[in-house]
Design a protein around this ligand. Structure first.
Ligand SMILES: [Mg+2]
Length: 254
């Protein structure tokens, strides 16, 4: 039987990736309460903080001298700095105890229990199915080593990791890792499954994989671009599915 090698993306693919939504909303409510009449609306806070947090990805963290990127400090820090900015705009005093509180609310996004809850039920179904076929399964995720390492532990605790032969964290582009996997794991066919076309599918196709693109409505890198991506998607070297289980359903045609 042919051995297939499946390389899964993590955030937005095996896990729902709205890690920040609930802690962010809790923090916005605190900010609104603190600013009272001087507070912008919830919708305005949400949209502006979103942009603010994304912009901070490429800001240097003064305590490490490196860019914040996807580190654990960025999101809690962005809540605090955003609050300071709103205080300045409103001509209000900043409250240091609230700043500490906002930081701690931000840290909740990285809690293990939350990560476990974010694992998709279908991830178990499809991983069990593919393992049952004797295939090779890998996780290849882009991001911060510590943050993604915490998610790895959550996958282990939840009982999902046992289906995977490796869990690889790519600090930047996945392309080199797609090539490395091909040399390390012998297979008759290679597949990359992910929710970000530019990160998970395009470089994989370039490395000789077949892409399984499963868009995720909350993927901020693709919001507003879904139609354009679908128009440009390689129909020859990739399929677009609605969910993970379609991989099992269409296994014989892949
Ligand atoms: Mg993803």
């Amino acid at each position: 039987m042919a051995n297939k090698v499946w390389v899964f993306d993590l955030d937005g693919t095996l896990m729902n990736s709205d890690f920040y939504k609930k802690p962010a909303e809790e923090a916005y409510a605190e900010i609104m309460r603190a600013l009272g009449d001087k507070s912008p609306s919830f919708a305005e806070i949400k949209s502006r903080h979103n942009d603010f947090d994304k912009a901070m990805i490429y800001v240097k963290n003064p305590s490490t001298g490196k860019l914040y990127l996807y580190s654990k400090q960025r999101f809690p820090t962005s809540l605090v700095k955003f609050y300071e900015m709103l205080c300045k705009e409103a001509g209000a005093e900043t409250d240091f105890s609230l700043m500490r509180k906002l930081y701690n609310i931000g840290l909740k996004a990285f809690k293990e229990e939350r990560y476990i809850r974010k694992i998709k039920a279908q991830a178990f179904t499809v991983a069990k199915f593919l393992k049952g076929k004797g295939d090779t399964l890998l996780v290849l995720t882009k991001g911060d080593k510590r943050v993604q390492g915490d998610k790895r532990r959550a996958l282990k605790k939840a009982g999902l990791l046992k289906y995977f032969d490796d869990f690889i964290i790519a600090p930047d582009s996945k392309y080199g890792f797609f090539k490395l996997i091909r040399s390390r794991y012998k297979g008759d066919a290679y597949y990359s499954i992910g929710d970000t076309y530019a990160d998970d599918i395009l470089p994989a196709i370039k490395a000789g994989y077949f892409g399984v693109y499963i868009p995720f409505s909350l993927n901020w890198k693709e919001i507003g671009k879904f139609k354009r991506i679908e128009r440009r998607r390689s129909k020859k070297n990739s399929n677009r599915y609605d969910n993970l289980v379609e991989i099992a359903e269409k296994y014989d045609h892949l």
